[in-house]
Design a binder for this molecule. Sequence first.
Ligand SMILES: Nc1ncnc2c1ncn2[C@@H]1O[C@H](COP(=O)(O)OP(=O)(O)OP(=O)(O)O)[C@@H](O)[C@H]1O
Length: 375
Amino acid sequence: MSEIRISHLSKSYAGQQVLDDICLQIGSGEFVAVLGPSGSGKTTLLRTLAGFEPVDGGEIYLGDRLMSSTGRHLPPEQRQLGIVFQNYALWPHMTVAENVGYSLKIAKVADGERRQRIDSALELVGLQGYGQRRPADLSGGQRQRVALARCMVSRPQVVLLDEPLANLDVHLRAAMEAEFEKFHRHTQATLLYITHDQREAMALADRVVVMDQGRVMQFCSPEQLYRQPANAMVARFIGDGMVMPVADVVPDGRGRATARLCHQQVRVRCHGDRPVAEAQLAFHREDLRLAPPEAPGIAAIVRRVSYRGADVQIDCQIPQYPAALLSLYCPPGQAPAVGAALSLALADGWIIGPSSSSLPPFAKALTSTGMEHAY
Ligand SMILES: Nc1ncnc2c1ncn2[C@@H]1O[C@H](COP(=O)(O)OP(=O)(O)OP(=O)(O)O)[C@@H](O)[C@H]1O
């Protein structure tokens, strides 16, 4: 059983609450990514799971084994977890094979079996034939693969990964993503993967945890996170989302609603079925378009035009809300000039919830202008 159950976990450092009432249930064999701004508590969560930090409150179970609570703290070596860090932590004086097989040696696994397990782990990460090299003679990507093989060789049921690709360049990261998928398929282990890279998290994970200020903001599939953010923080954080106030939200009872955005009627998605006078609307750049000529639209002034290759990003100001910037993409040949007046149409959006008066305090702080943006 490699299900992880975290209930009401809390942790403070010098009076600062770093983990605040964390509750998560991670299924056996699930691949879960943890995302959040810097300082939101991701590494601390992983360190408490690994047993490097005692907890101040709450409980951590692996299957039905209690690993952490205020009265019990199982040391890391008794938790049987695999851990992969961004700095690889390979022993420089050992060969690749010695690094990979170290835990088996300590566990007194017989020579023949040890060699066979080392070879198959190296083969799985594409490093067969590299066993006699030293870490210094490998590239960054190869070192990270050795770290994966070292973790894999002890057949852990749960693997904790803290930004394992952070030191690699963009091309290597993409190649390593495929290695992680293979690793997950092969080991069937439960994976908890901390990353700053949203694209990586969305591509790899079955579910994603978004953390902010030591709390879980949302825990769901990548698609739900993107399309149905639970609050303004998640909406802004994921995919550079934008959040705007809307009025007169009238749901149709089938998951859609009409609402007024900057005096324009828009059709959006929602989960409630009660009309509300005020709410927040989350949307992404690809949801905004130029309104067709003569059609009603949201008046905007172009403030910045940035070439991005396949398209151009247009950042606009809405005269009605001068503090806000809205962004959209447009084909390179059709980019308007800075200062041009535009009329915008919204193709899709998600009603987050009622007006900011009923949002939690952290969200209120971010919505004090009554208008928010991902920047
Ligand atoms: N040993 C420690 N002593 C005191 N404060 C700590 C300690 N470790 C972490 N913190 C604080 O706890 C908070 C959460 O840190 P943590 O490293 O868990 O965040 P994170 O989300 O992993 O950040 P990043 O994305 O920058 O790595 C931060 O404010 C950090 O300064």
